[in-house]
Design a protein. Structure first.
Length: 294
């Protein structure tokens, strides 16, 4: 078990998954506290790093594209205070942080986890039901329906239609944008057969955000909906399949091909061992695993 405990939170790695628990310090963001503990399987990771500074350092996780519905829904727009995959590290704990990084990297290498994208979510997303009030309305989601209700700050033209209920089956997309500078943010749902370019201020399928404290919590609603929509990679693949002629199926790899691939992997491990990247114990474990498959 590799573990680092900081005011900002706790990261614990057991070889199969990283458990990320937000801290109780007043500087920990509301989004991270509401999101709670995350269990990130090893297969969802693309990498980990430690950035050292004079006053503090920062552990960063890099997830494989498409593994997390929260990152998918927010499109990389979560700023540092709200990013659950970062941890502030005090200078006297840099050694412990380096140990965690080494353990995760070794596990990724031994398990031969690819860094490329995935075609299914490997994290479940925020639990439901949930409801968030921010900007000009309240967005709630129970797993099947989205409920949008307006407040006294809502534009009259949008509020006139009253509260709105959207069935998940009618949703084709969701996006969350934080307020930036003089531009307001929004949480918007794309409804099937009803595309619109209406500004969020007037769009009955969007909540406008003004950059206040609770704005980031709308990202939780976006992620919960995103987790229950078809994965973007599969949707794209289905669209491409519909658009192109059927091609003959590729031949199934033979046992001989698989055997050759394992031999190549053994040679690669041997080179890593000789270069000092793998320790004797790590090389022995990896070699044993490959020999069992052969």
């Amino acid at each position: 078990m590799a573990e680092i405990i900081q005011k900002d939170g706790t990261w614990a790695f057991d070889g199969d998954a990283l458990r990320l628990t937000p801290g109780r310090d007043k500087n920990v963001s509301l989004l991270r506290k509401e999101l709670g503990e995350l269990v990130v399987p090893l297969g969802a990771l693309a990498g980990v790093s430690l950035e050292q500074g004079k006053k503090s350092g920062r552990l960063r996780l890099r997830l494989r594209d498409g593994a997390d519905p929260l990152l998918q829904a927010t499109g990389g727009r979560l700023t540092e205070p709200h990013d659950p995959y970062q941890l502030i590290v005090e200078p006297d704990r840099f050694g412990v942080a380096e140990y965690v990084v080494d353990e995760v990297r070794s596990a990724l290498l031994l398990d031969q986890v690819p860094a490329g994208p995935v075609d299914a979510y490997l994290l479940p997303g925020p639990s439901v039901p949930l409801s968030v009030s921010a900007g000009d309305g309240t967005a709630g989601f129970d797993g099947e329906r989205i409920r949008l209700e307006w407040n006294w700050k809502t534009e009259d033209a949008k509020a006139a239609a009253g509260a709105r209920t959207l069935a998940l089956a009618d949703i084709t997309g969701v996006e969350w944008h934080p307020a930036a500078g003089l531009e307001n943010g929004h949480l918007r749902f794309t409804v099937r057969h009803a595309p619109t370019k209406t500004p969020p201020k007037y769009d009955p399928n969007a909540v406008e955000l003004w950059g206040f404290k609770k704005d980031p919590l709308m990202a939780l609603v976006a992620a919960a909906v995103q987790a229950r929509l078809p994965h973007p990679a599969r949707a794209t693949a289905a669209d491409m399949a519909d658009a192109r002629p059927e091609l003959p199926s590729a031949p199934v790899a033979s046992a001989e091909d698989d055997h050759d691939a394992l031999l190549r992997r053994l040679r690669e491990l041997g080179e890593l061992h000789r270069a000092g990247v793998l320790t004797d114990d790590e090389f022995a474990l990896a070699k044993q695993a490959i020999l069992k498959r052969m």
